[in-house]
Design a protein around this ligand. Structure first.
Ligand code: UDP
Length: 330
């Protein structure tokens, strides 16, 4: 099976590439514009998997290169993970998100239609739901994103739903909760340039010794200890969810939340590093971050029932793999 993976050198993409390379009869092509990833990841994927794959530095905004790739590639299936993903940045620079995410997806879908590629698995986000009063999200909740990042994902979802209705492209839309954790080798993980906005990349910098302490945003949320609670899903479980979709999308389209169903607070995570890695994260309380909500997590029943998938790993595996990656990348 010829598979195209967009954004394949990124945090999620690189782990998915390893999962795909383990499968029999997969001929993998990765494209990435390297805007938020490093070329060295390509060699790490080759080293860990001992398998070969094609790689092309390509920006989905470049329609002509994409068309050429599709004419040569004879793809059976596309995993579309490429895109800009910072909520904060999307509010400051919405144009970048319209172009990278929406225009990129339109070019990709047009190439698929032109070359008769019928199936796609798309990386969406629980951010499409916006902030709800009920915090256990199920797939049939209305989508009311409160930032440009979430809006661009919702628009791409709508294009996919329309193309499914018109019987042009079948799609699986995966709405991720909070992906976390790293590859068991300790060689791959999330390590953005500069000061990270998200919790785990920030903690990685603390473990590496680049930052001194965690700023815990808010201690008066309506949660058991006052700090914000999220549904953290181990990257390896997330990969398994994608792999389960390969057979499914051959038959039909679907939309699935991908999370564990168990929310953990920021203090739970700090304590987990102490308990499972014997590492003390120093922290101070800071005011709430604008736009943050108390708690949200997945209602897991749909993916379990229909895809036969549920998360197998918990906070212990997330902490230990994160710790290993941080130490190795010092
Ligand atoms: N958070 C924090 N300090 C940080 C980054 C995040 O206390 O430096 C908290 C944040 O307020 C939220 C949780 O950690 O309760 C997860 O934040 P993240 O940005 O990783 O995910 P999101 O809020 O987008 O779900």
């Amino acid at each position: 099976m010829n598979i195209l993976l967009t954004g394949g050198l990124g945090y999620i993409g690189s782990h998915l590439a390893l999962g795909l390379l383990k499968k029999q009869n997969v001929n993998l092509t990765i494209v990435d514009n390297l805007s938020n990833s490093k070329l060295s990841v390509k060699n790490k994927i080759r080293f860990i998997s001992s398998k070969n794959f094609k790689f092309k530095k390509l920006d989905l905004k470049n329609k002509n290169s994409l068309q050429k790739l599709f004419k040569k590639g004879k793809f059976d299936l596309v995993f579309h993970l490429a895109g800009s993903k910072s909520v904060k940045e999307s509010q400051i620079d919405p144009k970048k998100y319209y172009e990278n995410n929406i225009l990129g997806a339109i070019n990709l879908l047009n190439s698929m239609i032109e070359c008769n590629v019928k199936d796609i698995i798309f990386s969406s986000t629980a951010t499409v739901y916006g902030s709800k009063k009920i915090n256990c999200y199920s797939e049939n909740f209305s989508r009311e994103p409160v930032n440009t990042y979430g809006l661009t994902k919702k628009i791409i979802e709508d294009l996919l739903i329309d193309l499914d209705r018109k019987k042009k492209i079948k799609s699986v839309i995966l709405r991720y909760f909070n992906p976390a954790g790293c590859h068991a080798s300790g060689l791959l993980g999330e390590n953005p340039e500069g000061t990270p906005n998200n919790l785990y990349p920030y903690i990685i910098k603390i473990i590496k010794g680049d930052l001194d302490f965690l700023k815990v945003f808010g201690n008066n949320y309506k949660t058991k200890d006052g700090t914000g609670a999220r549904d953290y899903i181990h990257i390896q479980d997330l990969v398994d969810a994608h792999l389960n979709c390969i057979q499914f999308v051959k038959k039909k389209s679907g939309i699935f939340n991908i999370g564990t169903g168990k929310p953990y607070t920021v203090l739970d995570i700090i304590n987990s590093f102490q308990k499972h890695c014997n590492f003390k994260i120093n922290y101070n309380f800071y005011p709430r971050r604008e736009g943050d909500i108390d708690i949200y997590y997945n209602k897991i029943s749909k993916a379990k029932k229909i895809l036969g998938w549920s998360a197998k790993r918990g906070l212990k595996e997330i902490s230990q793999s994160t710790f290993k990656f941080a130490i190795k990348s010092k």
